[in-house]
Design a binder for this molecule. Sequence first.
Ligand SMILES: C[S@@+](CC[C@H](N)C(=O)[O-])C[C@H]1O[C@@H](n2cnc3c(N)ncnc32)[C@H](O)[C@@H]1O
Length: 224
Amino acid sequence: MNDVARFYGRWADLYDRIATAPGVARWRRVAAGRVASEGDTVVDAGCGSGGNLPFLRERVGSDGTVIGVDLTGPLLSRARARVAEYDNVWVLRGDATSLPIAEADAVLATFVCGLFDDPTTVVDRWCDLVGPGGRVGLLDATTTDQPIGRPLNPVFKAFVAAGSPTSGVEDVLSAPFDRFDGALSRRVGASRAALAERTVGRRYEEFGLGFVGLASGTVAQRDG
Ligand SMILES: C[S@@+](CC[C@H](N)C(=O)[O-])C[C@H]1O[C@@H](n2cnc3c(N)ncnc32)[C@H](O)[C@@H]1O
């Protein structure tokens, strides 16, 4: 078991509560709407406790398929319980950076790209998986540039450090002065840049005073 799975496994209950709070649910519904259509096969990469799965199921309907993939056992159990009523929603243990799935119409990843060492390669793989015409959506939290939210950036940085699988108390205390959000912003920025490189019809939407951003697009045909 790696650090990420150990960390999320330990905090599974608390994480599930935050992940299913009403405001967060609204962002999830919008994100599902940007990637999934009736009859699609959609992958929720790093699905956690399954907060996106009911919204994706709502979009694909009874003819589509939704597949959640995650590494963390206790979160996967919650995800399975959350979608037990559906016979076309599957929850698998697997690595989102190298999905154990041969074909899909869309990939959604929410609050995940900031955890990857090489988000550019991962987003590229997701674009390859869905192919030209497929959809990819990335919902992530970073510091905000909106004037109304900016005074809260140091609080956000401390929150990010507290929620990081590799941080300790000293890291949380020093976080307002940058370390963790620096890595998060770089990774999220790299994932959005990779998506922009591969897609057309892109949208970028902000929520929660600009702390949360949703980037989405349709994978373009590759030249040559
Ligand atoms: C912040 S949580 C987000 C969970 C979920 N997407 C959500 O929006 O609630 C990050 C999730 O990514 C998962 N994760 C991180 N790296 C992963 C990987 N390489 N493969 C699969 N899951 C991964 C963790 O287990 C955790 O469930």
